[in-house]
Design a protein. Structure first.
Length: 123
């Protein structure tokens, strides 16, 4: 498989290192094709096809996970839905460890954010 610039960008995006790797905008990996498009641009259909081809060649690995997604049906809101998320196979263990650390610290980040908002309201 030829390594194009687009494939390099996809592999880099799957690491989650945008914005210093803090995951604030898109959350931690794994990312679906739509997430990758948000990170590097492009078209969801073409990116999905590229990710499937990259998986066949061992560059990425997929897993189906449940994730909250914004939906309008049955009524507007966030609902758990299955997505196919992808990992960069070369860096998967490191990326999974960083994602776990991020998820494990979410309660602490939420508490700090609430405290900041409350102090702002009091002043």
């Amino acid at each position: 498989m030829r390594m194009t610039e687009n494939k390099r960008q996809i592999l880099q995006a799957l690491r989650g290192w945008y914005a210093g790797g803090d995951f604030l905008d898109y959350g931690p990996p794994p990312y679906c094709a739509a997430d990758v498009v948000l990170l590097v641009g492009g078209d969801v259909r073409n990116t999905s096809r590229t990710l499937r081809l990259m998986e066949e060649h061992g560059l990425v690995r997929s897993e189906t996970i449940m994730r909250e997604q914004l939906c309008e049906v049955p009524k507007f809101g966030h609902y758990p839905r299955p997505i196919t998320g992808y990992w960069n196979t070369e860096t998967m263990e490191d990326d999974q460890a960083r994602a776990k650390t991020w998820r494990d610290g979410s309660a602490k980040r939420s508490k700090l954010a609430l405290e900041k908002m409350m102090s702002f309201l009091r002043s």
